[in-house]
Each structure stands twice: as C-alpha cells, then as structure tokens.
Design a protein around this ligand. Structure first.
Ligand code: FEO
Ligand code: CA
Ligand code: CA
Ligand code: CA
Length: 651
C-alpha cells in the first residue's frame, strides 16, 4: 500500500550465481575489501597481526575481537559521515582452534582446568570493538590505529544495570552487593542503535558461559543455564592463584555462601539484556533491563514520531520463542537527537526512553491480525488472574516479571515462532520486517494440540515449548529454510496486522512457497538492513544457512529486494512469490564455512559494510575476492563492498 506516489528504484545488477569457494563473490563492477579482521591492533599495546601470533589477554584486549556480528557506523560530523566514522561492532563468540592455532589448539577444553590466561584471552576476544575507520583518497578503507575512540568492551568489563531489575534482590552478587553492577557482556549477536546516537548490543547465547548444578530456579531452566561444564570451561579456572575478585568463580552460579551477597548464584541474572554504549565517549555501558531478559538477538527502533512513545522491537532467537516490543513511557522530543559527534549526555537520554515503559510480547492470529500482550505485574492472563499471581510474584514485582520474561510470555499466550533473528523498520511506512531463521522443532499442524502456545494450555514453568505445531506465521513443519515476516502497527498500541514477506527455500524444495529459483534460492535468513534511498529503499537480506538443499548450491549470501516495487498477489502465501520473486536478487556470496552478518551502508550509499563470521579458510589478503592456494589461520572480518566507478551500491 506504500510507494504508490513515486516509482521505486530499480536494482541495477544481475543476480549472481551461487558459489562455494574460499572467496567473496560480488557482481561485475564491484570490489570487496577486507577491513579490521580479528586480531587487528587497535593501538600500540598490541603488535601487528601475524599467522603465528600467540594471543595473550593483553594483546586481545587491545585488538579487534573475534567473530564479527552486528555493527553500526557513528559519524563524527556530517562531513565525515561517508568517509570517516566510529564503527561499533559485536564480537559474538570464538573459534578456539583459530585462537590457539600456534599452540596446536586450546588447553583442556573438554575436561580438566582451563589455564587462567587462556580463559582471560577468550573472555577478551568476546564483546564489542569500537574503532575509528576512514577512507583514503584512493578509496581504500583502513582503521585509525591509536585513535582515542578505539576501545574494547569485553565479557569482563564492568557495566551498570538500569531499569526495573537494577538494585533488586534478583541481581545481588558478591561483586555487587547492592545489585547495581554487572561484569561483562557476552554473545553479542545482532545490534541496534538509538535516535540519540548510541549503540545497542544484544546478549544472545550468554547462558552457555555459566553453570549451575544446584539451587536452580525456573529462569535458569527456561534459559538453559548448563550444568557440569560451561561452553568454554572458564569456571574451571576458579581458584587459580592469579584469580582476581572471583573473575572465574563467577561463572559457577551454584549457591555456595549463606546468602546471595556471598556468592554468584545471581550472576546469570546480570545477563540477557539490551546493552547501551555511547561510542563517542566510551563511557561505562548500561544494561537496559526494561527491554526484557532472554536470548536477545537484536534491538531495532520503530518509526520515530514527535510526541509519541519511542518503540524498540526485539526477538528471542531460540526455537519456539517470541517477538517482543518495548514502548517508552516518555514521548519523543526531537531535541533529544544530538548532532553526530556533538557533545551530549547520550546515556542520560537513553535512561529517559529505555528505563521506563511497557514490554509487550506478540500473539499472531490466523486471520492476519495480531495482539501485543503487555508483560506487566497487573496484566490479566487468559485465565483471568494477574500475571504477577500466575508467576508467584508480589503484586508490584516488575523486576520479577523481567527476570522471568519468557515464562511471563508463555502465560500470556504469545505465539511460538521459528527462531526470531534480525528485525528492521522501514523508516517511512513504519513496517517491521523480522527474520524467522528456521525451526527443526516445528511439528505438523494439530499434532500437539496441548502445545499450541495460544494460551489455551500453558507450558509448565521453566520449560517453554520444546516443540510447537505449525501455525499461520510459521506454517512449515521441520522448517529448515525459514521465512521473513512483516507487520504494521494498528491504531492502538496493542494491535497489529501481519503477513509473510518471503519464504526461504531451495528450487528443489516441495515447500518452495515463494517460488525461488537457482538465481535467488536462500535459506535461514538472519541479518537485515532497510537501506532507505530517496526513491524507496532496498531491503538487504543476509543468511546463516545449514540447510543442505541450498548449502549444496551456494555459501551464505546477501540478497536485495525493493519492497515498494512488490504487490502481494491474491491468495499468495507471501509477498515475494509469483512474478515478484524475480525482484529478489543475489548480490554477494561469502567464502566457505562462513555466515554473512552485520550490515550498514555509508551515508552516501557508495559503500556497503558486511561481516564474514567463522570463515573456514579466509581471508587470503586485503582483497576479499581472492582465495588462497593453501591454508590460512581463519579470521572473521568486515568486508567493504564498493563500485569501481564510485557510484551508489545496488543501483
Ligand atoms: Fe547469533 Fe541468532 O544469531
Ligand atoms: Ca553468528
Ligand atoms: Ca544472528
Ligand atoms: Ca543465525
């Protein structure tokens, strides 16, 4: 219904062929340059990278982190917006074999005690990298070593808690006996940004760094805190003679003291949030707990309207989990958007819009309508009681609702989705797109009538829905290819309308609802970017695919589509289907082993920045399109795609 007044832009490249090589592929006339791979020194405290560099805690703390994911550009002023800015980037997780390659691999990864300095190095390889980058007159991008903006936030960096959970008994630890501080952020997957110039980084698979063998509560079970041994065994370094202030002990949340202030039973409750960072000052990061606690993929601002609340959308990336939105109590004042790089207390503005408000979870109904269900202590459940009562909480325990966000959502009757990943908002229409990447635990419709996730029957506390039957927005059982859903807000804050935008699938897939062909088949959509142009916008789609139907034909990729050019055909399963599917084009294919994630265009649209995460044997050098003839120590890296003629990307 939008885009009627003007003719939308046309994609001026031919869809490229699928590829399975150790190189990036882009259309003819484009270049692809490697920028800030893992281990790039941010300052002179770290040496130049080399294949045989033995990583240490100090070197890693002063170098670009590992496994690049979500990212965003923060210009220093209008004039610099397209050639010099601060990049904020997530370093989601690590490849231990690449990290410890010179030593022949990690020590005691599966059993026994991890060496303290190995654990510290791995902790420092996670988190966020802030780095100034600039384009030379020759059009080559480079980072500015020793820039005062360069900084790392790691899984050990002290951070503030803010919002309903801050200062509550739920987050009292030996480290923060008043429950106001946390140490580190972890598994920062996708990202967001705010209208006031801050970066949002989102804690996704953080439960796996903890263990809790006894004293488990329902949130520990629901979020999957492991028992026995953590993902990297960091807790096994506890008791090392060099351990400072429980830096490793804190990963074991089993109660050991007489009270919470004597141990780390609540340490996992200081994770699972949206974290706000001011890239211009590098000030202490703040965990905004009002936006809920779960495996947050990312966080995207809704359409901004003066005098209306500020809205953020967020997804929980696990099978049969939910989509959320946060609506601020304060209404938007455009005076709260400082100019790029201008001096301002951006985190104080963040507190105004992100610490007080209402968290909602989505119920998608089969008729294309939807309801946002408020997660407040006094919300009325489908059974007619209050949400606080249903969770066994005090009537005013907002912090308890946040700690138990997922169980609260179960009780309210939210719709279990096919792993919500990235979202993005069309800034003109306000329409929201979100990737539902795949779900192998989706069963045929009506096979589990007791587990509809529709409020008729509710998952037991701490369990969620291990499987859920196919429903209207998630119609394919054992869904390996995923889909992208789209919705628009209704006239009141609790209603919306939705449709499926595109279904992923292989040409050979019988459930190829969008009719994709060899030239645009994809599966497991993940990253998204709505790239607004004067004559419409390009929706960029990135993939993280393990589905053989597509993976046998191509590595992970970037596709482009112009939503304003598409009309949904009567009765079609999705907007992209029939003739529309020819407007979905493959723009870029990544090297073997990687996923493609993280994305932003420069302000002038002459460069598109993407990330290559967990490549198998790449990069071979500065040119991302070149494969090595031998083996390299693989490094996640940013790739900058530009046109040889300096023109705008995609058109
Ligand atoms: Fe880290 Fe959901 O991808
Ligand atoms: Ca990833
Ligand atoms: Ca992702
Ligand atoms: Ca993914």
């Amino acid at each position: 219904s939008h885009g009627m007044q003007k003719s939308p832009l046309a994609l001026a490249f031919e869809s490229i062929a699928g590829s399975r090589t150790d190189a990036i592929v882009v259309p003819p006339g484009y270049t692809a340059q490697v920028l800030i791979p893992w281990g790039t020194p941010l300052n002179d405290s770290a040496p130049e990278w080399s294949e045989d560099l033995a990583m240490t805690p100090e070197i890693q703390a002063n170098s670009v982190g590992m496994h690049h994911d979500g990212m965003h550009a923060f210009p220093l002023d209008d004039a610099s917006a397209s050639r010099r800015f601060i990049m904020a980037m997530n370093n989601e997780y690590i490849d231990e074999d690449a990290l410890w390659a010179p030593q022949g691999g990690p020590t005691n990864m599966d059993e026994g005690k991890r060496p303290a300095d190995e654990a510290r190095t791995e902790i420092n390889a996670h988190g966020i990298t802030l780095v100034e980058v600039e384009k030379s007159d020759a059009g080559v991008w480079q980072h500015v070593r020793n820039s005062s903006f360069n900084k790392r936030y790691t899984s050990a960096t002290p951070m503030e808690l803010a919002g309903p959970v801050a200062g509550s008994d739920y987050v009292v630890t030996r480290y923060s006996t008043d429950g106001t501080m946390a140490r580190g952020t972890n598994n920062n997957c996708a990202n967001g940004y705010t209208p006031w110039g801050t970066y949002l980084t989102c804690e996704e698979n953080w439960p796996d760094i903890f263990i809790k063998d006894e004293g488990r509560e329902i949130d520990d079970d629901r979020l999957g805190i492991p028992t026995g041994r953590g993902r990297y065994g960091w807790e096994t370094a506890a008791g090392d003679e060099s351990e400072v202030d429980g830096e490793f002990s804190r990963f074991n949340a089993t109660p050991r003291g007489a009270s919470a202030s004597e141990d780390y039973r609540n340490e996992p409750r200081t994770f699972g949030y949206i974290v706000e960072i001011d890239p211009y000052t590098g000030a202490r990061a703040v965990k905004r707990t009002a936006l809920g606690r779960f495996r947050h993929e990312g966080c995207w601002p809704g359409k901004l309207v003066e005098g209306k609340p500020v809205v953020f959308y967020s997804g929980h990336d696990s099978r049969n989990e939910y989509i959320y939105k946060f609506v601020s109590k304060a209404v938007w004042n455009p005076a709260d958007a400082p100019a790029d790089g201008a001096e301002a207390d951006r985190l104080a503005i963040g507190a105004r819009y992100m610490d007080e408000g209402t968290l909602y979870v989505a119920r998608f109904d089969a008729d294309g309508s939807g309801q946002w269900l408020a997660l407040t202590p006094d919300a009325t459940t489908p059974d007619g009681g209050t949400l606080a009562d249903a969770l066994g909480l005090a009537a005013d325990d907002h912090a308890g609702i946040i700690i138990n966000t997922c169980d609260a959502a179960d009780i309210m009757g939210a719709t279990p989705m096919d792993r919500p990943e990235w979202g993005v908002v069309d800034p003109e229409s306000g329409e929201v797109y979100m990737t539902l990447t795949n779900n192998t635990d989706r069963t045929e419709a009506d096979t589990d009538p007791e587990l509809k996730g529709d409020g008729d029957s509710i998952a037991a506390p701490g369990t969620g829905y291990a499987t859920a039957p196919a429903n209207a927005p998630n119609p394919r059982a054992a869904n390996e290819a995923g889909q992208i859903i789209r919705w628009r807000e209704g006239s009141d804050p609790s209603s919306f309308e939705w449709e499926v935008f595109v279904f992923g699938a292989a040409a050979s897939d019988a459930d190829n609802y969008s009719g994709l062909t060899e030239s645009n088949q994809f599966a497991s959509p993940d990253g998204l970017c709505f790239d607004q142009r004067e004559d419409g916008g390009i929706l960029w789609i990135e993939t993280d695919n393990g589905y053989a139907g597509v993976a046998d034909h191509t590595n992970d990729q970037v596709l482009a589509v112009v939503p304003a050019a598409l009309q949904r055909a009567e009765g079609a399963a999705a907007v992209v289907s029939g003739d529309n599917q020819q407007h979905l084009k493959r723009f870029c294919v990544g090297p073997n082993g990687c996923e493609i994630t993280g994305i932003f265009p420069t302000a002038d649209r002459t460069a598109l920045f993407i990330n290559v995460q967990h490549p198998g044997n790449w990069p071979a050098g500065d040119d991302a399109t070149q494969a090595t003839s031998g083996n390299v120590r693989p490094r996640a890296a940013t790739v900058v795609i530009q046109k040889q003629d300096g023109g705008q990307i995609g058109v």
